[in-house]
Design a protein around this ligand. Structure first.
Ligand code: PMP
Length: 440
């Protein structure tokens, strides 16, 4: 059951025009609705928890731009900061104060972090962190986990999650074998596999990169002890640990996944490098990677590892990021979790009522509903879900005015602006969506 173009005529018309000048009509593959079918909605404007499409229909937004819009759309404080920054010019190509303020705000939230370098996308952050890890250690091999997505970095596009998972691509064409020859892919949450690889090749391994909590195969938090094992094993072998917090950073808590306590967290010691994006840009292109001053001193201009960017630390993007992080208070996170639970619990009850097999999984307020009854601990598990059922569920919700991620392999996001009215629209839509999911 996918909506026909007639249910979104203006979007369908724009998609047709877009498709002649933009491949697939979209500038990022998962936006194309390939997995769920139907017409992607072209959004005209967004306010708080609402998206309005070019046909004039409103949707409760549970996508939040894939994570960044944690305060809701066009939040007044962020808007004021952006306007004020833009009034003073758009890009200088020189150092500027906003960069310092944003870097200080990030570093002050995460104790072991001493320095960050600002970049413009999560992809740039992970690409640069990998280069830095290789430069610091003088080693080449990178270990990543199947189903984790770290942006479209050549060396990391092996068994990647997100759109690569959605489109069921084994890997990407255009990445020569040499580019991934030094990439080892292991199953997520498998300590024994990690031990075995390090026993055999530990002296060659520059770094292990992991999503702090996986969100790109759907939400799969690290099993108790997994993160601590990553820290212990990398340290024993002189490899660096890169915690990719592009999605979880400032989203799972004010200090991201790192700030959360418990057996799935970093009690075993801090990672050597962090990567951030999404929330820290407040909807603008800003991202970062960072670590101790010692590790970061290997970067140009201090050290030999080169990395640069014309728009890095852009004054408008950093103003948006800073204003957004200022709104990421201790008070925000319990509210996000309450909203997310209200939605997930009701969805789960509706699905159970219709006998639809499903499992809800969490990382802070990020969650996914997998359409299978067993817990998901790795990418193989995630791929066993009923994606067709998700597609039917997705379209029923969309028709009722709720925009979910258009893929079963993604997290759902809420914002501080999701109020009773918005939550009410979601809850009202769930019974019919559960019935649609059941009609396989
Ligand atoms: N790392 C993670 C964990 C991500 O979720 C993403 C994006 N979804 C990226 C890296 C890449 O970020 P960007 O899309 O900004 O390049």
């Amino acid at each position: 059951m996918t909506s026909s173009p007639t249910s979104a005529p203006a979007s369908a018309a724009l998609l047709e025009r877009a498709s002649s000048v933009i491949p697939g009509g979209v500038n990022s593959p998962v936006r194309a609705f390939r997995a769920v079918g139907g017409t992607p909605r072209f959004i005209r404007e967004a306010q708080g928890p609402w998206l309005t499409d070019v046909d004039g229909r409103r949707y409760v937004d549970l996508l939040c731009s894939w994570g960044p819009m944690i305060l809701g759309h066009a939040h007044p404080d962020v808007l004021a900061a952006v306007r004020s920054a833009a009034d003073k010019g758009f890009s200088f190509g020189t150092p500027s104060e906003n960069e310092v303020l944003l870097a200080e705000e990030i570093v002050n939230r995460i104790a072991p972090l001493e320095q960050v370098r600002l970049v413009s996308s999560g992809t740039e952050a992970t690409m640069s962190a990998v280069r830095l890890a290789r430069g610091v250690t003088g080693r080449a091999v990178i270990v990543k986990f199947a189903g984790c997505y770290h942006g479209h970095v050549d060396a990391l596009l092996a068994a990647a999650g997100s759109g690569v998972a959605t489109l069921a691509l084994p890997d990407s064409a255009g990445v020569p074998a040499e580019m991934t020859a030094d990439t080892i892919v292991l199953p997520y949450n498998d300590i024994a596999a990690l031990e075995a690889v390090f026993a055999a090749r530990g002296h060659e391994i520059a770094a292990v990169i992991t999503e702090a909590a996986a969100g790109n195969m759907g939400v799969v938090p690290p099993a108790p002890g997994f993160t601590a094992a990553l820290r212990r094993i990398t340290r024993e072998h002189g490899a660096l640990l890169i915690s990719d917090e592009v999605m979880t950073g400032f989203r799972c808590g004010r200090a991201g996944w790192f700030g959360l306590e418990g057996e799935a967290g970093y009690a075993g010691g801090a990672p050597d490098l962090f990567t951030f994006g999404k929330v820290m840009g407040g909807g603008f292109p800003a991202a970062a990677f960072g670590g101790t001053a010692e590790v970061m001193s290997h970067l140009a201009p201090l050290g030999p590892v080169y990395q640069a960017g014309t728009l890095s630390g852009n004054p408008v993007a950093t103003a948006a990021g800073l204003a957004t992080l200022k709104g990421c208070t201790d008070e925000l996170y319990p509210r996000l979790e309450a909203t997310a639970h209200a939605i997930a619990d009701a969805a789960s009850a509706a699905l159970s009522g219709e006998g639809v097999a499903h499992t809800v999984q969490w990382a802070g307020s990020m969650f996914s509903i997998f359409f299978r009854d067993q817990p998901v601990t790795n990418y193989d598990d995630a791929r066993e879900q009923d994606t067709a059922a998700y597609g039917r569920f997705f379209h029923s919700m969309l028709d009722a005015g709720v925009h979910l991620p258009p893929s079963a392999f993604e997290a759902w996001f809420v914002s501080g602006s999701h109020d009773e009215e918005a939550i009410g629209v979601v809850l009202d839509a769930l019974p019919a969506a559960a019935r649609a999911a059941a009609q396989g």
